[in-house]
Write a protein that binds this ligand. Sequence first.
Ligand code: NAP
Length: 294
Amino acid sequence: MTATLIDGKAIAAGLRAEVAARVKSFHAKAGRLPGLTVVLVGDDPASEVYVRNKGIQTREAGMISDEIRLPGSISQAELLAVVRKLNEDDAVDGILVQMPLPKQIDANAVIAAIDPAKDVDGLHPVNAGKLAQGMKALTPCTPLGCMILLEKSGVKVAGSNALVIGRSILVGRPVAALLLAANATVTIAHSQSRDLAALCRQADIVVAAVGRPELVRGEWIRPGACVLDVGINRMPGEGGKSKLIGDVHFASAREVAGQITPVPGGVGPMTIACLLQNTLTAACWRSGIDPETV
Ligand code: NAP
């Protein structure tokens, strides 16, 4: 059996087009455009690429995109002051502080300083708490992307056994909360879990968010299961170039799985598309508009 590939690139493009159309509808109702501000601290090359792509895709969706670039030497107090100013700026619907932050900055304090209503990364404890309680919340983008991939691929989540490997606040925990909210029976594995292979064999859905290249082997996968590979591991490739490898051993897993995401081109493209969706949702809620109506 060879798994069907879940084309995250195409599904993300469809979502971005949908958001762009909804932005027009929001504009007609609210008389303004949603605005996203990304704060980039320092000059990490990978972060530069992400921020540039976020800016391009935000503008393509018809929203206002702003970037604030700050030196890597900035103090905690100065960065918190920037966040507070954005909290007070009515034209800003979404604030995203690009991670990782320099060592002198307490990332949790920065996340906690963001107005939860503008927390389009969904990492603020208020949003994480709401998600854990099954309430409406701004939800972390990659986990939201995973759920959309499952939905668009026709995967039956309710009643399924779902295994999430990884328990970070960015991916593992929120994707587990979303799967639970969608009525899956959820197991969360982490670095102390015993016999990951046995846990995998019971799973109808496997979400690998570990950061260990090719950790999950094809022989662990239950025949016909759906495998979402969140991992992005940059490895040395041919000709001195780097290549991206997932947390799943793709060649062996695709022989067993029913559906599988490739790396790249699977979960990755969904993240920015969901950031755009979250920005629109935040703009709607801040304007007293039901997002379902735009
Ligand atoms: P993270 O914060 O480093 O968390 C990794 C998790 O994996 C931890 O919970 C850790 O357990 C667990 N783990 C480590 N080794 C393990 C093992 N041998 N068996 C089982 N669990 C193990 O990473 P993250 O931020 O969640 O990201 C995970 C991966 O997704 C990375 O490759 C990252 O680059 C990628 N990612 C991709 C996107 C995207 O847009 N596609 C977005 C975000 C992240 P402990 O808690 O016990 O340490």
